[in-house]
Design a protein around this ligand. Structure first.
Ligand SMILES: Cc1ncc(C[n+]2csc(CCOP(=O)(O)OP(=O)(O)O)c2C)c(N)n1
Length: 704
């Protein structure tokens, strides 16, 4: 290699370094060390290996680049700017980390083309990259290598590799032999607290090897070694990890190799010193013309390949092409809605009394038959969460044409891999585990919601109703904690019919992930009438059983899932006591919140009506609907091991208990109301007025 080439590469890399340094200095906030340390590798990767066309950032067969070490965001922003992505300007670089700028502190998916995923919580990006590489294999199995043949590159730091999720993801990637996955480890031995030896002494290379990866090790500042390793990685039969020995804040005379450069600006004096040291005599944010030109050429270098690909894509078998285009647009097949209605009618006629996990399985059997983009999976609980259908063959290392992924007992990676698959495009992934274990995948769920990804979680064994497995397995606070995540639609269907309705909504809300919460135990079939089209779940809550003659209720019972039946029996018991009761099923709070006030009022009635929520979880979130003086029948402690029915009795989630409590409450409310009047005559006057009002209303109704 001629000296000139090295010099040029170093200067190209310095463009990244100084954009990062200057933007971070300008913002007075950010992480300069990582972009400075990884600039040489990024230059060779983007310059000579990465298949991308800055003009066509959504090209399906582009290589994916994931910056798992999201704190190094300026590395990515610099690369996107330098290679000529249209939606990033020098002003965006100058506005790094400012309110409403596209260049957020950590890369946010959707803010800029070229950001393939949101990263920041360390380790997630590695699992996203595994999901993308898996999606690539699966799509290639469907469309052929002519159409899909790309790599997924991921830059990860020591922090990413210390996080547990990385091990789950690396292990599965090795098991599946994802040969188009290339992970570049920024092996700089530094994290925030200092040398990583403070907290870590494992042999990372051996760890990857043990998981079935090909491992290469290079000096991350030696351009020949970088080229060699990336070339070696191209035709591997295994996923590849390249350990890149780098110096954090490379080029900084006083901060290179030190944690001091990790998370704060270098400071004016040190910036001056780096400029001198790296022979960079340009003012802040100025890139010399010749280097700018070279970088722009890099952004265009794969344009020809893109054009050739477009031709191949256009000559794809017409049905395959049409189906792929439909999927990428997020549309359903033309006759899908009609078939769904027929399926709903069939279930309505059958009226199955079964666990909602079973209803979910039946629904998935129908849906996976109709929607080839639906990809199932579970974290080793397939027989319990009932996520596999007859249409789904298991994916394995030798055959990616299947549609079912055995994630193993790796919930966290499952969540992040599903995000990666969804981000890649071409699939709607769903994955199952017990509701209680959603805690093991919460960071990935949160990111799916933040990135507006269309993924579906099947969470079964949703309450103390699961019984004998005991309190470790009985979710208590989980519904509330999932409902607290913005843009996550949490559905808890009450019966077989609602289960279909909830899946329908989960599929139709394409920019929100959905959690479908299901019982282990059988539930009643509750619907007395069939409603066409989107049924009741669309609005998040609806009246499943109203007062006789639709008179104003004394009590409104709000419930979800298995507790809707409890509410219905409670209603009958209260009816015997002369109380008018409405039962509302509330399968999805988030969708109910999106309704207009008139609809909300119709469901929730006036302020003075006693409102009671029944749900086998904690009360958090319910007081919004039942008010401060409402009654909550549910859990306020961990569960216990025992038979499901016994637990419901022990924890007082029964119709008998609810009816008794409600009757007491109504009585005490009435007493309090009576106490408001000075004497009997006052009260009789008030009653007369009330009677008159009711008679008037009846008159008006008759006229209508
Ligand atoms: C899950 C998670 N925990 C903690 C952090 C805060 N954090 C950001 S960077 C970092 C250290 C990362 O060290 P390393 O990967 O070696 O990055 P480098 O210092 O080389 O830039 C930490 C703890 C985070 N972003 N995500």
């Amino acid at each position: 290699m001629k000296k000139n080439d090295h010099q040029l590469a170093r200067e190209m890399a310095n463009c990244i370094r100084f954009l990062a340094i200057d933007a971070i200095e300008h913002a007075n906030s950010g992480h300069p060390g990582m972009p400075m340390g990884m600039a040489d590798i990024a230059t060779i990767l983007f310059g000579e290996f990465l298949k991308f066309d800055a003009k066509n950032p959504h090209w399906l067969d582009r290589d994916r680049f994931v910056l798992s070490a999201g704190h190094g965001s300026m590395l990515l922003y610099s690369l996107l700017y330098l290679t000529g992505y249209k939606d990033i300007s020098i002003d965006d670089i100058k506005n790094f980390r400012q309110l409403h700028s596209k260049t957020a502190g950590h890369p946010e998916y959707g803010e800029l083309d070229g950001i393939e995923t949101t990263t920041g919580p360390l380790g997630q990006g590695i699992a996203n990259a595994v999901g993308m590489a898996l999606a690539e294999e699966m799509l290639a199995a469907r469309l052929g290598r002519d159409i899909i043949n790309h790599k997924t590159y991921c830059i990860a730091g020591d922090g990413c590799l210390m996080e547990g999720i990385s091990q789950e993801a690396i292990s599965l990637a090795g098991h599946l032999g994802l040969k188009n996955l290339i992970l570049l480890w920024d092996d700089n031995s530094i994290s925030i607290d200092g040398d990583i030896e403070l907290a870590s002494s494992e042999n990372i290379k051996m760890r990857f090897e043990a998981c079935g990866w090909k491992v290469l090790a290079i000096d991350g500042h030696n351009f020949d070694e970088i080229r060699y390793a990336l070339s070696e990685a191209q035709n591997s039969t295994q996923p590849v990890m390249i350990a890149c020995k780098t110096i954090i804040a490379y080029g900084s005379p006083n901060k290179a190799g030190s944690e001091k450069s990790h998370g704060s600006p270098l400071g004016a004096a040190e910036v001056e010193a780096v400029r001198k040291n790296l022979n960079w005599h340009n003012a802040p944010f100025i890139i010399p013309e010749d280097l700018e030109k070279k970088w722009h050429e890099i952004g265009k270098k794969s344009h020809k390949i893109f054009k050739e690909w477009e031709n191949k894509f256009n000559s794809l078998e017409s049905s395959k092409k049409a189906d792929l285009e439909r999927i990428l647009k997020g549309e359903f097949p033309v006759d899908f809605q009609k078939k769904l209605e027929l399926f709903k009618q069939k279930i309505f006629l059958e009226k199955p009394k079964q666990a909602t996990r079973k209803s979910s399985q039946n629904t998935l059997e129908f849906l996976t038959g109709e929607l080839p983009e639906l990809i199932g999976g579970s974290a080793d609980l397939t027989e319990s969460v009932l996520t596999k259908t007859s249409h789904l063959k298991s994916v394995n290392k030798k055959d990616f044409s299947g549609r079912y992924i055995h994630y193993g007992i790796r919930e966290h990676a499952m969540g992040a891999i599903m995000n990666g698959m969804s981000l890649h495009g071409g699939f709607i992934p769903y994955g199952g585990t017990f509701l209680v274990f959603c805690d093991y995948m919460k960071p990935a769920i949160r990111l799916a919601a933040l990135m507006k990804q269309h993924v579906i979680y099947i969470f079964t064994h949703d309450s103390i109703g699961l019984g004998e497995d005991g309190p470790t397995h009985q979710p208590i606070e989980h519904l509330a904690s999932l409902r607290a995540i913005p843009n996550l639609n949490v559905f808890r269907p009450a019966d077989a019919q609602e289960t279909i309705g909830c899946f329908e909504q989960a599929l139709k809300h394409k920019t929100s992930p959905a959690a479908i919460i299901l019982t282990r135990q059988n539930v009643e079939f509750l619907r007395s009438e069939y409603v066409k089209d989107e049924g009741f779940c669309k609005r998040g809550a609806y009246i499943i059983s109203d007062t006789a003659l639709d008179i104003e209720p004394d009590v409104i019972l709000l419930a979800t899932g298995s507790e809707v039946s409890v509410a219905k029996v409670t209603k009958d018991k209260l009816h015997e006591k002369g109380l008018a009761v409405r039962v509302v099923s509330m399968p999805c709070f988030a969708l109910f919140e999106q309704q207009d006030q008139a609809y909300k009022n119709k469901i929730l009635g006036g302020r003075n009506i006693l409102k009671v929520a029944i749900e086998a979880g904690i009360s958090q979130g319910w007081h919004r609907y039942i008010g401060d003086d409402g009654l909550f029948i549910g859990m306020n402690s961990f569960g216990a091991s025992g038979k499901g029915e016994d637990l419901y009795k022990y924890f007082n989630i029964t119709a008998d208990y609810a009816a008794q409590k409600i009757a007491e409450q109504v009585k005490s409310r009435r007493k309090a109301a009576i106490a408001k009047y000075k004497d009997k005559d006052d009260m009789l006057d008030e009653l007369d007025k009330y009677k008159e009002k009711i008679l008037q209303e009846i008159d008006e109704d008759d006229k209508e």
